[in-house]
Design a protein around this ligand. Structure first.
Ligand code: HPA
Length: 280
């Protein structure tokens, strides 16, 4: 099998999903570590385990359920990924981005991406939300760009623009909803690393120095593929742990801590996402 997917692979997966529901989702959502429970609010949802969808990658990490939920949220037809896969699990970048292509074939116009991230900005506390205004594709700069390989012209150009990865209007909408609902909301730059090991003290100093406010192991590949195909992206990071920068003593980060803060973050993220969906 080729290292890369062609349109027919996405089409096959989309056809399997279409067999299960007549709903035509306008909005796709990717829910990261510990944020899965948001999908339980989806009304009259049809669920499909990733394993039932041809070519779909199956998440292996604790906290990632691994199924699609298709239904309504705030009256909006949505397709929700309850859990995602990451490069560090051993999947290729093409596999990491596969679900985004399938959602594009299904006709989504907007993709809402959430993740759990470490806070590099000293003003961020665990349990707070950061609206992603931009990203640093550190993983891609190292060669792991999800668009590597034959360009799929039906989705977009060989050299896609990335001057506005996160949609300005959607950002403004998220800010408005957060203000109205009294949810504290930071704005900042997300940097994507390959993982799975967390950052060393020198890694953290470097990431802060290059302008990152939050660090994680996802989102950027999905955003790049979404933008390549013309999908508008809203990115939200749940700050699961505040990282020591600027000479602070090292603290240990554990996956359990990340999942626990995720549980605290769910209501805040849910409020913002519901408000955005209602206004779309
Ligand atoms: N580093 C990288 N990824 C993460 C972190 C972190 O501290 N927290 C949650 N995802």
């Amino acid at each position: 099998m080729s290292e890369f997917f062609s349109y027919s692979h996405f089409d096959e997966a989309a056809a399997t999903i279409r067999e299960r529901t007549t709903l035509r989702p306008r909005v796709g959502m990717i829910l990261g570590s510990g944020l899965n429970s948001l999908a339980e609010s989806v009304a009259d949802g049809v669920t499909l385990p990733y394993g039932d969808i041809p070519h779909f990658p199956v998440s292996t990490v604790e906290g990632h359920v691994g199924r699609l939920v298709i239904g309504h949220l705030e009256g909006q037809p949505v397709i929700v990924m309850q859990g995602r896969v990451h490069y560090y699990e051993g999947y290729s970048m093409a596999q990491v981005a596969f679900p985004v292509r399938v959602m594009q074939v299904l006709g989504i116009e907007v993709l809402i991406i959430t993740n759990a991230a470490g806070g590099l900005n000293p003003e961020f506390r665990a349990g707070e939300v950061m609206l992603i205004s931009d990203h640093i594709n550190l993983i891609g700069m190292g060669g792991l760009n999800p668009l590597r390989g034959p360009n799929l012209d039906r989705f977009g150009p060989r050299f896609p623009d990335m001057s506005e990865p996160y949609d300005r209007e959607l950002q403004a909408l998220a800010r408005r909803v957060a203000a109205e609902e009294h949810v504290p909301l930071h704005t900042g730059v997300y940097v994507c690393l390959a993982g799975p090991s967390f950052e060393s003290p020198a890694d953290l100093r470097f990431l802060r120095l290059i302008g990152a406010d939050a660090v994680g192991m996802s989102t950027v590949p999905e955003t790049i593929v979404a933008r390549h195909g013309g999908t508008r992206v809203l990115g939200l990071s749940g700050i699961s742990n505040a990282l020591p920068v600027a000479g602070a003593p090292p603290v240990e980060t554990t996956h359990e801590e990340v999942l626990e803060a995720g549980r605290l973050l769910v209501p805040r993220l849910e409020t913002i996402i519901r408000g955005v969906l209602a206004a779309l």
